[in-house]
Write a protein that binds this ligand. Structure first.
Ligand SMILES: [Zn+2]
Length: 250
């Protein structure tokens, strides 16, 4: 069994798929058609030394820094493989006519960065996936979601978050104890990109392949416990109160 046999990815209509994956013997190529808003096209603030370096540049650099490397897939009986990522920006000469893309824009309604589906796809994802995670991001090959990025002062932080959010657009869920995961942390994922933005693991890459093979978002294991849920909610509410109070002071 080779990686190519295993992946078996075939898109019916490539022009409708914003993020495409091609698997060769020992190489996985990710092609991403992207549309940046004005904020993303603007200069990265706080970087005095680098002229003309935009948030979009930083986003792409972050994705490449964390996703492009050699992956050891021996844990699932395969060899190793390389991953490369190519971005084609809407409006550039290379951008094919009629190609669908995904958007990256400034987050306006949240303190954190996140990926969301357009209003027409919100909430019914709950029924399609039976996962609370899918209420905001109802992922499909044709609608991988819009990335909403916060402004981070530190470029390396911005790059890490970019690589994490790109993971969602590729079709994988969160591993950390988010409220929509009932505050449950997927076991053994401390070093994962989808947990602490640490490092893309072979397991995460295989989940991405599976998402593109099946056309369905791949989630980390989730468990519900009422005790944990109540504790998590209590903590979240109290943290929110502290935040609002601090904001009022400013
Ligand atoms: Zn996430």
């Amino acid at each position: 069994m080779t990686l190519k046999d295993l992946a078996g990815i075939a898109y019916k209509n490539r022009a409708k798929v914003p993020v495409q994956i091609t698997v060769e013997e020992d190489r996985i190529s990710i092609l991403a058609y992207v549309d940046y808003d004005r904020f993303m096209q603007g200069k990265f603030e706080g970087l005095k030394k680098v002229e003309d370096f935009t948030y979009a540049d930083s986003f792409e650099r972050g994705v490449k820094r964390f996703w492009e490397k050699r992956y050891d897939l021996s844990y699932c009986g395969l060899g190793s493989c390389d991953v490369d990522v190519t971005f084609v920006r809407k409006g550039s000469p290379e951008y094919p006519q009629g190609q669908r893309c995904f958007k990256v824009r400034k987050a306006r309604i949240s303190k954190t960065s996140f990926v969301s589906s357009p209003p027409t796809r919100l909430f019914w994802g709950l029924f399609a996936y039976l996962s609370p995670e899918s209420a905001m991001l109802n992922w499909s090959l044709k609608h991988p979601g819009t990335i909403n990025m916060q402004k981070y002062k530190n470029p390396s932080g911005f790059m890490r978050v970019s690589a994490h959010e790109f993971g969602h657009v590729l079709g994988i869920g969160d591993a950390y104890e988010a409220h929509y995961r009932f505050f449950y942390k997927a076991p053994g994922t401390e070093d994962f990109m989808m947990y602490h933005n640490t490092c893309v693991q072979p397991q995460e890459l295989m989940m991405v392949l599976r998402a593109h093979q099946t056309g369905r978002m791949q989630y980390f294991p989730i468990k519900f416990s009422l005790k944990r849920y109540m504790k998590g909610m209590k903590k979240m509410v109290s943290e929110n109160r502290v935040f609002t109070r601090r904001q009022k002071k400013n």
